[in-house]
Design a protein around this ligand. Structure first.
Ligand SMILES: [Zn+2]
Length: 236
């Protein structure tokens, strides 16, 4: 698990309540997202720090990182269209070339299209501050989701949501195991987790930061293949 969250640390340059949404969990629980936000804060350039502060003042990336999950409870249905933004599903065990082909052939909004969109909005000088604050909240959150392997898992089982498992003696599903159970098992606070995980040497951080969004997505997808391969499903 620790090794897994370390993958999240690679996103430092860019700046997990798993909700059951219509029976489908969509995100790291709050701790996972805060850890990723905090690690990102630790590695921002001076310019990026200023840019973030100009948008969210004294708030931190950890503090804003769960907002895209909180809005799922909005009773006005204003954000219903964003439920597909938290993940992007593929076929299992595919090559990088096949992965990119599937990604290019996808229609509609997903984790990848929205990461691009939020990045563009943050760079666009003609967009309001209010919109940019929202884009930053999405960016921090989606970069976190991208590093939960089952957010880049398989379409056939809704990223592990349809795979029933037991976590100790409690019935659960594979997606939720990765969103919450594994993280909560350690009983660390998000600041403790951050200290434990944010240990990559500078050269390693640099190589993480050099990756593209597609590099990160494919890496998560490969990890999801390993998760699926090692999962024994629950027999009811
Ligand atoms: Zn999410």
């Amino acid at each position: 698990m620790n090794k897994y969250i370390q993958y999240c640390a690679k996103l430092c340059s860019l700046a997990v309540i798993s909700l059951l949404f219509a029976g489908k969990a969509h995100a790291w629980g709050p701790i996972g997202h805060r850890v990723i936000g905090e690690i990102a804060s630790n590695h921002l350039s001076e310019k990026a720090k200023k840019g973030v502060a100009s948008l969210i003042g004294r708030e931190t990336l950890a503090m804003i990182s769960n907002w895209p999950d909180f809005i799922k409870s909005d009773t006005t249905n204003k954000y219903n269209h964003t439920s597909k933004w938290h993940y992007v599903d593929f076929t299992g065990n595919i090559s990088r070339a096949e992965f990119e082909k599937e990604l290019r052939a996808m229609k509609g909004e997903n984790l990848y299209t929205q990461l691009l969109s939020m990045s563009q909005q943050l760079k666009n000088p003609s967009i309001s501050k209010e919109k940019k604050v929202e884009a930053l909240k999405w960016l921090v959150h989606l970069v976190g989701d991208l590093h939960q392997p089952l957010h880049v898992g398989r379409d056939e089982d809704q990223g592990g949501n349809k795979i029933q498992i037991f976590w100790f003696d409690r019935p659960s599903n594979l997606h939720r195991l990765w969103d919450e159970h594994l993280i909560e098992f350690q009983q660390y606070s998000y600041t403790e987790y951050t200290k434990i995980l944010d240990i990559a040497p500078a050269t390693q951080v640099k190589s993480y930061q050099a990756g593209t969004i597609i590099d990160w997505l494919y890496e998560s997808h490969i990890l999801s293949d390993k998760v699926y391969a090692r999962t024994r499903t629950r027999k009811n």
